[in-house]
Design a protein around this ligand. Sequence first.
Ligand code: QAP
Ligand code: CO
Length: 171
Amino acid sequence: MIRDIVIYPDKRLRKVSKDITEFDEKLHTLLNDMYETMIAKEGIGLAAIQIGIEKNILLINLADEDGKQEKEDLLEAINPKITHLEGNETYQEGCLSVPGYYEDVQRAQNITVEYFDRYGTKIVRNLEGLLAIAMQHEIDHLKGHLFIEKLSYLKRKKFEKEWKKRLKAGK
Ligand code: QAP
Ligand code: CO
C-alpha cells in the first residue's frame, strides 16, 4: 500500500524514532509499504517517520551502474547505528519530505554502520560514496533531523522564505 509522505514543516519530522523489537509479519508489511511508497514517489531513500511511523527503519535503493533502480539492490536497515565516521564530502541532497528543493550538504565520506535486516540478522557494513551519504541522511530522519538543518544561516533563511511563499501559493 502506498502511504502519504509527511511534508516539511510537519512536526512529526522532528520526532525521535524508536527501536524495533519484533521482527514479525507486521514489520515486513511496513517495509513493503515503505518500498512501494518510495518507488511511487521516485525516491532513493525513505525513513519510516516520513510516512508518519516513529520507528527506526530506513530504506535505501540507489541506481546501479546502468542507472537502473533494481529491487535486488534494496537496503533495508532496522535500528541502524553509525559506529565510525571518516573524511568529508559535499553532495547536493534532496528529500521526499522537502520536495523540489536541493542543496549542497557536507557529511562524512566513509562510515561504519550496524543494523538488523528484516529477519533480525545483525549486519555490519563499511559504506562509501552515495550509499554513505544516503545512510547518514536517513539516520538523521530517525533522530528527528532534516538536511536543511545543515545549511548555512543565510541559505536556511532563503529556503524558509521560498518555502513560505510556495505554501501560500498552495503548491
Ligand atoms: C535521500 O532522497 C538522499 O525533491 C533520499 O521532488 C538524498 O529520495 C540520499 C525526491 C541525497 C542520497 C543523497 C526529492 C523526489 C527524492 C524531491 C530522495 C522530489 C522528488 C529524494
Ligand atoms: Co529525507
